[in-house]
Write a protein that binds this ligand. Structure first.
Ligand code: DHB
Ligand code: FE
Length: 280
C-alpha cells in the first residue's frame, strides 16, 4: 500500500534558486537561510521517499491568462524546468509518476474535486526551488514528483477550507493505491510577502509564527480563515499559504513536528519551512 509518511512546507522564493545555481549558498546573505535546510537534507536522505506530491503554484509560466486551472495535476512522464525569462534553471528534469498520478486524479475527481489533467507542462521556481532546497544539486532528482498546481495568482484562488479538504481527498487517494510507495506531500509558497504596490516588502513575523502554530495544532480552525485575513496580515502573495493547508489536510490530525525554520529576508519574502511526520 502507498502511504503518506510526512508533510513538508517550504517557501519557494526564485532568488534562492539563483543563489544555488550561481554557487552563492555560502555568501553572507544566503548562508543563514541554507543552514535552516541542513537538517532536512540529512533527514530526507534517510527517509528516501519514492514519490513527492508537490503542491505549488505556477507563476504565469505554464499557465497564463489564456488558461487558469484552479487545481491541476501533472500526469506526464516528465516535466522540464520552465524558462521564466532568463533561461531555464540548470536543474534536472522532473520525473513524474503517471500510474499514481492517474490513480489520484480518478480518486479525487470521484471525491468531488475536479482536477485538471496536464500531461505536458514546464515547471517553474514554485516547484524547482523547494527541490533544490531539499536535495541540493544532484544529477537527477532522487525521487519521482507529481506536480499539483494550485491557482493563487488570479482571483479568486480556492479557499483555505477547500485546499484543506483537497488534502484529505489526496490522502484517501494515496491510501487506496496498491503499490508500496513511500509518499511525501509538500506544500510550498509563503510566508508573508507582498511583491507589489505601496505595501511591497510587507513582512509580519508575529502572524507567520501563529500560522505555523495553528497549522500544526489547530488545522481545522485555521482552514476556516478567509482570504482577506491572508491579504491583510500576510500581504498579497502571502495567500500562497493556502497551499500549506493542502499538505496539512493530507496528514493525520496529530502529527509530530520534526523541524521548523523561519528566516527574514530572502528577497522580499519571509521564508518558512516545516517538517511534519505523519504517525502511521
Ligand atoms: C518572490 C517570492 C515569491 O513567492 C515569488 O513567487 C516570486 C518572488 C520574492 O520574494 O522575490
Ligand atoms: Fe510565489
Amino acid at each position: 500500500m502507498a502511504r503518506i509518511t510526512a508533510g513538508v512546507a517550504s517557501s519557494h522564493v526564485p532568488a534562492i534558486g539563483v543563489a544555488v545555481d550561481l554557487g552563492k549558498t555560502e555568501d553572507e546573505y544566503w548562508a543563514p537561510l541554507f543552514r535552516g535546510y541542513e537538517f532536512t537534507k540529512q533527514w530526507i536522505v534517510e527517509e528516501k521517499p519514492d514519490v513527492v506530491l508537490l503542491v505549488y503554484n505556477d507563476h504565469a509560466s505554464a499557465f497564463g491568462l489564456d488558461m487558469i486551472p484552479t487545481f491541476a495535476i501533472g500526469c506526464g512522464e516528465n516535466f522540464k524546468p520552465a524558462d521564466e525569462g532568463w533561461g531555464a534553471r540548470p536543474v534536472p528534469e522532473v520525473q513524474g509518476c503517471p500510474d499514481l498520478a492517474w490513480h489520484i486524479m480518478q480518486s479525487v475527481i470521484q471525491d468531488d474535486f475536479d482536477l485538471t489533467v496536464v500531461n505536458e507542462m514546464d515547471v517553474d521556481h514554485g516547484l524547482t526551488v523547494p527541490l533544490s532546497l531539499m536535495f541540493g544539486q544532484p544529477e537527477e532528482w532522487p525521487c519521482k514528483v507529481i506536480p499539483l498546481a494550485v491557482n493563487v495568482v488570479v482571483y479568486p484562488p480556492p479557499s483555505g477550507q477547500r485546499c484543506y479538504n483537497l488534502g484529505k481527498a489526496l490522502r484517501r487517494a494515496v491510501d487506496s493505491f496498491d503499490e508500496d510507495f513511500n509518499v511525501q506531500i509538500w506544500g510550498t509558497g509563503g510566508m508573508s510577502h507582498q511583491l507589489q504596490g505601496p505595501r511591497a516588502g510587507l513582512i509580519n513575523k508575529k502572524w507567520d509564527k501563529e500560522f505555523f502554530d495553528r497549522l500544526v495544532n489547530e488545522p481545522d480552525e485555521l482552514a476556516a480563515m478567509p482570504h482577506i485575513d491572508y491579504l491583510r496580515e500576510a500581504g498579497s502573495e502571502g495567500v500562497e499559504l493556502v497551499m500549506w493547508l493542502v499538505m496539512r489536510g493530507a496528514l493525520n490530525r496529530d502529527v509530530k513536528e520534526l523541524h521548523r525554520f523561519y528566516h527574514v529576508p530572502a528577497s522580499n519574502t519571509a521564508v518558512g519551512h516545516l517538517i511534519l511526520e505523519n504517525n502511521l
